[in-house]
Design a protein around this ligand. Structure first.
Ligand code: ZN
Ligand code: FE
Length: 241
């Protein structure tokens, strides 16, 4: 049975993400940008919370862990680096599988933005939660890892099935589109950028995206190798679009 995903804005540009295993009603929260907003959403939906799945330690991803756990008893699965800021129940590493009712999340090592960043992939439903590794038309900054590490991580995500729904942790797509247009004039990117600007003008989210769409239009996935990727990442860091 399917996984139902509920996405809602949190903080200034994060998304809160709840995922419910329909067969059992078990519910997970992917990252904890804002405990109060997540608790309000759970209460509006009449859902409990069973699991917290962290992608990385940054406060806009793990800052709500303690409050959410205290309020709901949820069990925290996270890469060990999250212990820098919050206690966790089960450390996860590449190759692990985390069960939510009948749903299985594969843990993929997607380090680069931080060293221990992971993504969670539900192969049966073709849904991936990628934190701050891959954004629509962009990717995370290299705060801790190297360009080679991030390129390897993005390549793993690019190898997921084309139809995979990709839940990024931030709504950065319009700014990413402005940078992408400065380095690539492909018709597919221009069309996608128009869609993004129009959706944002209407106040609509541009997330989730798909692996197929990102492979076709995201300049970082289209870099072809770690060297060109590093150049693009440095250019984006300096971009004043
Ligand atoms: Zn981050
Ligand atoms: Fe973030």
């Amino acid at each position: 049975m399917p996984l139902i995903v509920r996405q809602f804005p949190c903080l200034s540009d994060n998304y809160g993400l709840l995922a419910r295993d329909e067969a059992t009603g078990k519910t997970a929260c992917i990252d904890t940008p804002d405990a109060d907003a997540i608790l309000a959403e759970l209460s509006a939906l009449g859902w409990g919370l069973d699991l917290i799945l962290n992608t990385h330690w940054h406060p806009d991803h793990a800052g709500g862990n303690a409050k959410l756990k205290a309020a709901t008893g949820a069990v925290i699965h996270a890469p060990p680096e999250v212990e820098k800021t919050s206690s966790i129940d089960h450390p996860v590493k590449a190759g692990d599988v985390v069960a939510l009712g009948e749903t299985r999340f594969q843990v993929i090592d997607t380090g680069g933005h931080t060293l221990g960043h992971v993504s969670y992939f539900d192969a049966e439903d073709q849904i991936a939660f990628v934190g701050d590794t891959l954004f629509s038309l962009g990717c995370g900054r290299l705060f801790e890892g190297t360009a080679e590490q991030m390129w390897a991580s993005l390549s793993k995500l690019a190898a997921l099935p084309d139809e995979t729904a990709v839940y990024c942790a931030h709504e950065y797509t319009a700014a990413n589109a402005r940078f992408a247009l400065s380095v690539d004039d492909s018709p597919a990117l221009k069309a996608r950028a128009e869609e993004v600007f129009e959706a944002r003008a209407r106040g609509e989210p541009t997330v989730p995206t798909t692996i197929a769409r990102e492979k076709a239009t995201n300049p970082f996935l289209r870099a072809g190798g770690a060297g060109r990727f590093a150049e693009l990442r440095a250019a984006k860091d300096a971009f004043k679009g």
